[in-house]
Write a protein that binds this ligand. Structure first.
Ligand SMILES: Cc1ncc(COP(=O)(O)O)c(C=O)c1O
Length: 467
């Protein structure tokens, strides 16, 4: 995942129109006047305390509470908030031409061009969407599924992906096949290949007539925080002529994603979670005009319906795929600009460094939990190649199905100890009759080692009180 070589030219991304001054990280890094300058700070590394202190100072999170639920939503950096407020005022003052602040119609082309390299994508492959759900709905409702088509997915998908999947399949009589991905419970060591194998087996079983039309999976599962080997799964699907849709809710802004290298067909993520953009922002990647649909699907299939677009079909055939998806009528341009601004800030800090920092803090969290609460159960694998910034853990191994006790634990942790985390529930095996519950901890670039050790100390103290 960590690709240390720079995927973009810094000068390119500095060309953005936001005009955001990033205090403490050098001069006005995103202002037009600063566009030609190189950043004045050198990217840090995970152990460079001063560097990460400066990064922490970019956020306005309430003191007295350590917010560790980025998996639900993130927090905008202050510089981005300020530019967002200014741009909102500008749109209210000049609604007609917005003083050309966002360029020409559809007003988001420059934003896409600015942020695409940070994700290893081309500008004509990026849609600034509303969130992960929006991206998943757009793709799943647009694909031309027909009766007896098969869609392979996993038993740990979020409702934001499952809901449009079911409605798309139900309308036409397609079949959804759930594969059981391995779930770590502390007993058996997992490898990337274990995950690839379950998809390989499912394709072998269901694609005899060549009618598996899509493989859909989360790059990071929201329930356990397991990082799936997306590149390998996409390669497998590709080898069988099957397109891929990846739920990227948790990777955008957390991991150093290189979409061309991954080579999926669609990648739908959130802008408001780990990327710390405003609410109702997301990023949707569509690989090269979705041209593999034409190659992979039967010739009589229509490649795609633009169900979530104000342009769509007739008269606009000359426009490219993402422009047609991007234009859904009037948009919140200041919000989209704020998303682009946070992306540029991340690029500047270094997405490889951010990933490394997050994984280091997550590893520390796991290490501390296993020391302080040795009888608890982890559901996130310890291996770095399967790890993310989400740590899932239940301190009460005696009853992993006890939801009320864990909910009380989560609430007391917030109310009495000042740490905000969340709970998740899931089935370990496809045929489980009872749900398993876990706490889910998010570690991000605005945390430090003290936040992590403080949280675990608080958890150990609370556990003794409740046990
Ligand atoms: C895996 C996954 N997919 C989709 C979503 C929905 O995200 P959004 O709010 O960006 O639509 C979530 C939200 O938590 C998620 O965890």
């Amino acid at each position: 995942m960590s690709e240390t070589t720079s995927k973009f030219n810094r000068r390119d991304f500095l060309k953005g129109s936001a005009g955001v001054a990033v205090a403490g990280l050098g001069t006005s890094l995103f202002s037009t006047s600063a566009a030609a300058k190189q950043p004045t700070f050198s990217p840090g590394n995970s152990s460079n305390k001063n560097f990460w202190k400066k990064v922490q100072q970019q956020f306005s999170l309430a003191k007295g509470n350590v917010y560790m639920n980025i998996g639900t939503t993130g927090s905008m950096p202050t510089s981005v908030q300020q530019a967002y407020a200014e741009n909102t005022e500008l749109v209210a003052t000049y609604p007609w031409d917005m003083q050309n602040k966002f360029g020409s119609w559809p007003y988001m082309s420059q934003m896409a061009a600015d942020i695409a390299p940070g994700f290893g994508a081309d500008e004509n492959e990026i849609v600034l969407s509303r969130n992960t759900t929006d991206g998943m709905v757009s793709i799943l409702s647009g694909l031309d599924f027909q009766k007896d088509d098969i869609i392979i997915t996993t038993h740990h998908e979020h409702i934001g992906g499952r809901s449009p999947l079911f409605s798309a399949a139900d309308r036409v009589g397609a079949k959804v096949v759930f594969v059981e991905i391995p779930v770590y419970t502390g007993k058996k060591k997992l490898k990337k290949q274990d995950f690839v194998n379950v998809f390989a087996d499912a394709i072998k079983e269901h694609n005899a007539n060549g009618n598996v039309r899509l493989v859909m999976f989360s790059h990071i599962t929201y329930v356990t925080g397991t990082l799936l080997p997306a590149k390998e799964i996409c390669a497998l699907a590709r080898d069988h002529g099957i397109p891929t849709l990846v739920d990227a809710a948790h990777t955008i802004g957390m991991m150093n994603v290189d979409l061309h290298d991954m080579d999926c067909d669609f990648y739908a993520g959130s802008g408001h979670k780990w990327q710390c953009g405003p609410g109702a922002t997301g990023i949707l990647y569509v690989r090269q005009e979705a041209e593999r649909l034409i190659r992979f699907w039967p010739a009589d299939r229509r490649p795609f319906y633009f169900v979530n677009s104000s342009l769509g079909e007739d008269g606009y055939q000359t426009m490219n795929f993402v422009t047609r998806m991007q234009y859904i009528g009037n948009d919140n341009y200041p919000a989209k600009q704020a998303l682009a601004d946070t992306c540029k800030l991340w690029d500047e800090i270094g997405r490889d460094k951010i990933e490394e920092r997050i994984l280091d803090l997550s590893a520390l969290c796991k290490e501390e939990l296993s020391k302080q609460l040795p009888n608890g159960t982890f559901f996130c694998p310890p291996e770095r190649e399967l790890s993310s910034g989400l740590t899932s853990f239940n301190p009460f191994s005696d009853d992993l199905s006890n939801s009320s006790r864990l909910t009380e634990f989560r609430d007391l942790l917030r109310e009495e100890y000042g740490y905000t985390i969340r709970t998740t529930n899931f089935s370990i095996h496809l045929d489980d009759t009872e749900a398993t519950y876990a706490l889910r901890i998010s570690t991000h670039l605005f945390h430090d080692e003290d936040d992590v050790t403080g949280l675990v100390k608080a958890m150990a103290h609370l556990y003794k009180r409740m046990a």
